[in-house]
Design a binder for this molecule. Structure first.
Ligand SMILES: C[S@@+](CC[C@H](N)C(=O)[O-])C[C@H]1O[C@@H](n2cnc3c(N)ncnc32)[C@H](O)[C@@H]1O
Length: 219
């Protein structure tokens, strides 16, 4: 989809609002999933992934809260926001003085939303539309918010993240109890009750845990 059309669509189906758990950051956020999803499919004239990028999921809200409160986690370090969606965690990493921040997502519309959200907050970071899983990367910190919602994705992503941890990267996973999230080889860093949209989660908040992923599974 042409990026001007994508921007117009984002403006029409979202409104600028503070991330509920991270009021320091403004984002283009949708209040409803279905009308926007239908609009993306109509524009693209075919099936599209759900517009995950139009919501601040508990994962990125927890990561952003943590980085704003503990900026030393990323300060002067190279950071990758993997499965970045709206880019909230990447924005927080820039605010926390990371030396370089890249956001990666497989959805091209996420990249458009991230650019708009970066502009809103007066920050800049790199945007990549690509599936990096399996690649060797040079970032020192990898932020992973709410990507363990599908078995197939999680089974590919988590072993790769452990390889990155083995190579020395600090891998931070924030998860609100999704079915496929890893349960071992984790060090708990923070627990938050993150406000959520009832439209998406059927509840008003989700207990969300932020973990450091170890290089190896516990035995
Ligand atoms: C539930 S959303 C979470 C977005 C964001 N991290 C947050 O917490 O708000 C999951 C995101 O992961 C992205 N994603 C899924 N598989 C991916 C992959 N292999 N590489 C990059 N992004 C991926 C999706 O497109 C989607 O934007």
């Amino acid at each position: 989809m042409d990026s001007e059309i994508a921007e117009a669509l984002i403006r029409e189906f979202t409104r600028v609002q503070a991330a509920p758990f991270v009021p320091e950051v403004q984002l283009y956020l949708a209040d409803k999933l279905v009308p926007l999803w239908q609009a993306t499919e109509w524009q693209a004239a075919g099936p599209q992934a759900p517009p995950f990028w139009a919501f601040a999921w508990p994962g990125s809200q927890a990561l952003a809260r943590y980085l704003i409160e503990a900026p030393e986690t990323v300060a002067q370090r190279r950071v990758l926001d993997f499965g970045a969606g709206c880019g909230l965690a990447a924005i927080a990493a820039v605010m926390a003085d990371a030396s370089r921040v890249a956001a990666v997502d497989v959805d091209p519309l996420a990249v458009v939303a991230q650019r708009m959200n970066a502009r809103l907050n007066g920050v800049a970071f790199e945007h990549r539309c690509q599936d990096l899983v399996g690649d060797d990367i040079s970032e020192e910190v990898v932020l992973v918010g709410d990507v363990c919602y599908e078995r197939e994705t999680t089974e590919r992503v988590v072993p790769w993240l452990r390889d990155l941890a083995r190579g020395g990267a600090l891998v931070l996973i924030a998860d609100p109890g999704r079915t496929y999230a890893p349960v071992d080889g984790l060090e708990l860093l923070a627990t938050y009750d993150v406000p959520t949209l009832r439209e998406l989660e059927s509840v008003d908040q989700k207990r969300t845990r932020l973990w450091r992923l170890d290089a190896v599974k516990a035995t």
